[in-house]
Structure formats: C-alpha cells, structure tokens
Design a protein around this ligand. Sequence first.
Ligand SMILES: Cc1cc2nc3c(=O)[nH]c(=O)nc-3n(C[C@H](O)[C@H](O)[C@H](O)COP(=O)(O)OP(=O)(O)OC[C@H]3O[C@@H](n4cnc5c(N)ncnc54)[C@H](O)[C@@H]3O)c2cc1C
Length: 451
Amino acid sequence: MSIFKDIRGALELLKQVDLKQLSALSRKVDLGAAMQQLSRMDEKQLQGLMKMLNSSGGKKELPEINPDFYELSDKLTPEQRALQLKVRDFMETEVAPVVNDFWLRDEFPYELIPKMGQLRLAGITYQGYDCPDLPFLMEGVLAMEMARVDSSIATFFGVQSGLTMGSIYYCGSEEQKQEWLPAMNRMEKIGAFGLTEPEVGSGAAGGLTTTCKLTADGWVLNGQKKWIGNATFADVIVIWARDEADGEVKGFLVRKDNPGFKVEKIRGKMALRIVQNGLITLTNCVVEEKDRLPHARSFKDTANVLRMTRAGVAWMAVGCARGAYENALAYTQTRKQFGKPIASFQLIQNHLVEMISNLTAMQTLVFRLSELQDLGQLKDEHASLAKVFCTLRTRDIVRGAREVMGGNGILLDYNVARFVADAEAIYSYEGTKEINTLIVGRSITGFSAFV
Ligand SMILES: Cc1cc2nc3c(=O)[nH]c(=O)nc-3n(C[C@H](O)[C@H](O)[C@H](O)COP(=O)(O)OP(=O)(O)OC[C@H]3O[C@@H](n4cnc5c(N)ncnc54)[C@H](O)[C@@H]3O)c2cc1C
C-alpha cells in the first residue's frame, strides 16, 4: 500500500516540475547525487537552504520608478504626451551625458543649440511667426522635462522662449516680431532679458536706475544690468530702462554689436553654472526708435511678461525635484548596507515618502496653475503662490535626495548634487520667496507690505 502512496506522491510532484528546467539542470549537476544529499538533511537544514536560495538567487521585482504618483500625465492628449516623451528623450540622450562636465567647467554646450532648434519648440504658446501655438500646460510640462535632467538648460530655454521672445511677442511691433520670433524659434538667434541691476533686484518695479533718453540720434541708454542669463552670447538683449522724460519703464531691443553695449561673464557661481550670466554695461548706447518695444509703456507691461514666466519657473522647480527624486530612489533600491537595500529601511522610506508627497502636491498645483493660464484667468498671486510653494518644496526634496545617498550625494557623478546646488538659484530668481510671498499676502489681506 505504501509503495502506491509513494508513487502517487511522486506523480503529484512531477506535475509541478518544469521538465525543461529539470533537463537543463541535469546537464549542470549530478541530480541523483544531489537528491541523495538533500534527503539526508533534516527539516531545519532544508529550511535554511531554501532561505539562502531565495535571498541570493531570486531577484526581487521592484516597482517602476514613477514620480507622477497621481498619473497627472493622463490629462495630456496622446499628441501632447508624445511631445513630452520626445523632449525627455532629447534631454536624456543629448544633454544628460555631457551636463556634469559642462557644469563643472562653468561653460555652455553651444553645440546643443542647433539640436534644440530642430525641436522647433521655442515660443511654445505664441501664435504665428513659426511658433508652436501650444497650450500653457505644455509650456509647463516641457519646462519640467528639461529641468528633470538639467535646470541650466531649462533656464537657457526659459530665457529664450519665455522672457525674451515673450517680451517681443507681447510688447513688440509687427516688424520686430517678424524679424526675431521665427529665427529665435529655430534658435538661429539667441535672446536675453535685462531687468535686474547691480543695486536693484527685488525693487525693480519702482527702482530701476538704468535710463533712456530720446535724442536726435535715437534713444540713448545708460546703466548696468546684472545676472542676465545668455547675455554673453545673445544676439539681442531686451533692456528695461526708465525714461528720463516721463519716468516710465520702457523696453528696448539692444543688438550685441552695438558699440555702447559691453558684457562681462559673471564667474564663481555655485548654482546653474551652465547658464552664462552677464554683467552688462550700457554707455551712451544708442538704440533706434524701430528697436524700442512700442507696447512696453510702463513696468506693468514688464510684469505681464514676468507673470507668464514665473508660472514656468514653478514647473521648472517641479522638474528639478523630480530629477533628484528619481535618481535618489533608484540609488536606494540598489545601495546595500547591513546586507539589505537601504530602500528597505523604514527611515529611508520616510524620506522617500516625504519627497513623493511634496512632489505630488507640487505637480497637482502646477497642473491647475496652467489650466488657469489656459483659461486666461491667471493672476499675479496665482503665479507667485506656485513659485514660492514649488521652489520651497524643491529645496526640501533635493536635500532629502542628497541625504539618502550619504556621501555619494555630494558627488556630481551620482546626479543629485547638481540639483541641490541649482535649486538655490531657482529659489531666488524671478522673484525671491519674500517678494512672491508679499504678492500673495497683498492679495489675501488687501494690505501691501512691500515697504
Ligand atoms: C542664476 C540667476 C539668473 C538670473 N537671471 C536673470 C535674468 O536673466 N534677467 C534678469 O533681469 N535678472 C536675472 N536674475 C536676477 C534675479 O531675478 C534677482 O537675483 C532676484 O530678483 C533677486 O534680486 P537680488 O539678487 O538683487 O536680491 P535683493 O533684491 O537684494 O534681495 C536680497 C534679500 O532681501 C529680500 N528682500 C528684498 N526686498 C524685500 C522686502 N520688501 N521685504 C522682505 N524681504 C525683501 C529678498 O527676498 C532677498 O532675500 C538672475 C539671478 C540668478 C541668481
């Protein structure tokens, strides 16, 4: 009777065995001898062996890294999603391999400009002039994709597409738009935006000291502009100056070969090192009337451009945070301490969950921000709130990302250190935390607390 029981048991076992695997195994080891050895082991020894095999042999299936936790990209149309992935691919194949080297050398990868031009994306939301005429949502999504790999390249693009082309699109004449926008879309011409001065940053609205004066030869500009991104190689620089006659701020398109225009590269930055920031000096710089932006009549018009681009900076902060989070999470899944991946430790998971919580809140916020923008309902305080919230949280996220990577977190090669440094500049440009807070504060209380 017991022999039949044994045969039945063996047949049941055979059903569970993959015969192909068994024959492959028999080519590698003497299965008969192995069976004899195993049958001599007691239950405890067998359990130990199984535990060992499971922990060393069986590779754990890990979930895909997904920084879009609430699947906000589902809101995009298939065409928009395809464009997002196209820009992601460009950033990962063209930019990522070279970016740390250029960052370290404080130089710009000029050879990328024609390649970026081929994407034909600059001036994303503008209609006509060979511009893409896409919704503001896509301007945000693409800024995020660029900053996810490198915030300097995203900043370069933002200065070109948002600040400079935006000034021309919103404040320029038809001739100025025809001259500059198509060429800037192809990136055959590069632009810069000069508002900040050495002594006037946050107080630019009422305090610009750069002057313009209408003379028989044209407009004469005098003064200095500090921090101007792309200025060292730009073909055209939008200069904001106060009219000596009526005290209003006016905008000018200053060409790089103008004899009164001089630019000096700002060296020694610890953030956004790829962005070429310049200190501009204008000495009796004569600009023809045809190069004055006719629809820039006061600082209100400058502020209209800044409102648009500030929303884009909030998206860039999301991208910066996303890049740091993705790299840090991947690292924790493979880095082992005490014999286990550090991602399996509770305290590390706490950091990671804090990061994805903040990131999810930021992404949800900027998606709604762009919806408001596309509905034509964006107000200064909307853009300011998003800029403050996202840049603050980005600082937390990149700091957390660095922390979970231990010492490697400060090495450029591990692709988090650069995000930590760059987050500092994004936090301060296009309106500091304090200035954007005051804009929101004024909106909710009815009291202006600027001074
Ligand atoms: C990398 C980088 C790129 C940039 N690119 C450009 C560019 O392309 N074009 C351009 O025009 N500018 C550019 N900027 C300038 C940028 O916009 C300014 O740095 C920013 O507006 C802050 O001005 P500030 O640095 O002069 O600081 P300040 O205005 O001197 O501020 C110093 C501190 O005082 C605080 N503060 C000021 N006023 C108040 C107040 N009323 N109440 C409370 N606190 C206050 C500020 O929040 C800040 O913390 C760039 C800056 C950087 C760092």
